[in-house]
Design a protein around this ligand. Structure first.
Ligand code: FMN
Length: 423
């Protein structure tokens, strides 16, 4: 039986307070980590198999290893709490209910890579999250976990919180760094990667907060424990945000590799009103849609890639038989068109044209060539932009056309919607 790890504290009264965290073994991982060498910690994170929880799934220990070793080069840790991916609401819960778990992860990561400064970037709309971050950091300073000579180890770390203004693109790591520097949140061209040239030009380790929340547990329970959970290429516990047409939407912490069906039917209470499952977006709005036939697919990086989708943030948007797939694609594409930073032409204009095609199909005004046009346009956006947003934004249209083509054809040929939406 799997015991929640990352969310083990969140249902306790006053779970966000430092005294609750300390009463439940909090900051013990920092004490232990400070007795180890930075290289030992990097090795532990590599052995754990932890992969980033912010969407891309890059191995965390490998990224730590990319940070330069020269002690004379100032280094930074940047904490990504932007959480703009539609369908994702796990980071908000972590920061509102257990921020100290993340601070502990930040201290350990900073010590391991030799960073003396950590910046938190948080989405502007997370008002409670901002308050909780600020209070938690202040309490961590007061207890000697942040500031000079942490727990008498000689290691110093300062940490502060910065609010974004609610732009999706600012969750992309280089756009986040630009925004932290006070500029417009436009992504930077990579390479150089942030571990080489990051915030204010210094090497910067960027992590999602769920990734950082895993760190104290890896240190205390050991990398082998972490690697024993999950699948061959996807290790550890994961918080799945489940939304849409389920009876019990919410965050569910389960081992990576739990099947889509188990999450929907055993944890999220099944489909509302006893209706039939029609589709699932498994990893947030930017990941390709799956059908009811995929219920046995494990929620893991490699298994979702094998069926043409992605784990992304692990945010499952569940849709029942009453959902029009053309509408889904049109709404999500509208979001991406609105959120494009506008720098790259394929993303700025391509997203708008794609939205217009979907809008006319949904409204019964589509032309027979529109499906091919939408697919061709998607090809001309995918991979041709500075940041991965171009590849992300084509997924709703392309994957719904591929998997639900008959619904599009009904709109085009018979001017009707299969689920009965008025055109
Ligand atoms: C358009 C776009 C938006 C993103 N938004 C977020 C976000 O809100 N939060 C996040 O942690 N990562 C986000 N990412 C991923 C980050 O660029 C980066 O991979 C991540 O913060 C690295 O942390 P990790 O290794 O712990 O996953 C986004 C990426 C893209 C392309």
């Amino acid at each position: 039986m799997f015991e929640p790890v990352l969310t083990r504290n969140i249902h306790r009264p006053n779970s966000e307070k430092i005294y609750t965290y300390l009463a439940n073994g909090g900051y013990e991982a920092v004490r232990l980590a400070l007795t180890k060498s930075p290289d030992e910690l990097i090795e532990m994170v590599k052995r754990s198999g932890l992969r980033g929880r912010g969407g891309a799934g890059f191995p965390a220990g490998v990224k730590w290893g990319f940070m330069p070793k020269d002690p004379d080069i100032p280094k930074i840790v940047a904490v990504n709490t932007d959480e703009g991916e539609p369908g994702t609401f796990k980071d908000r819960e972590i920061v509102e209910r257990d921020p100290h778990q993340v601070i502990e992860g930040v201290i350990i990561a900073s010590y391991a890579v030799g960073a003396k400064r950590a910046y938190v970037y948080i989405r502007g709309e997370f008002f409670l999250g901002v308050k909780r971050w600020i209070k938690a950091i202040a309490d961590a300073y007061e207890h000697g976990f942040l500031g000079k000579n942490i727990l008498g180890s000689g290691f110093d770390l300062d940490m502060s919180v910065h609010r974004g203004a609610g732009a999706y693109i600012c969750g992309e790591e280089t756009a986040m760094l630009e925004s932290l520097e006070g500029k417009a949140g436009n992504p930077r061209l990579k390479p150089p990667y942030p571990a080489q040239v990051g915030l204010f030009g210094y090497p910067t380790l960027v992590h999602n907060i769920e990734t950082l929340a895993c760190i104290p547990h890896i240190i205390l329970r050991g990398p082998e424990w972490f690697a024993s959970i999950g699948t061959a290429e996807s290790k550890g516990p994961k918080i799945f945000s489940v939304s849409g047409h389920v009876n019990r939407p919410g965050n569910y912490e389960l081992p990576l590799g739990t099947t889509i069906g188990e999450i929907i039917y055993e944890h999220a209470g099944g489909i509302r009103g006893g209706k039939k499952l029609k589709a699932v977006i498994p990893g947030g709005a930017s990941t390709p849609i799956l059908t009811a036939e995929h219920v046995d697919v494990p929620m893991a990086f490699e298994t979702l890639a094998a069926v043409g989708s992605q784990l992304g943030t692990g945010a499952m948007i569940v849709m029942d038989e009453t959902t029009c797939m053309v509408e889904v694609a049109r709404r999500l594409t509208k979001f991406f068109a609105h959120e494009s930073c506008g720098r790259c032409v394929p993303c700025r204009l391509g997203s708008r044209r794609l939205y217009e095609i979907l809008e006319r199909i949904e409204g019964g005004k589509g032309k027979p060539a529109d499906l091919d046009l939408a697919l061709e346009l998607s090809r001309q956006i995918d991979g041709l932009t500075f940041c991965p947003m171009g590849s992300a934004l084509v997924n709703p249209a392309r994957s719904t056309i591929e998997r639900f083509r008959d619904e599009y054809e009904d709109h085009l040929t018979y001017k009707r919607c299969m689920v009965g939406n008025p055109l």
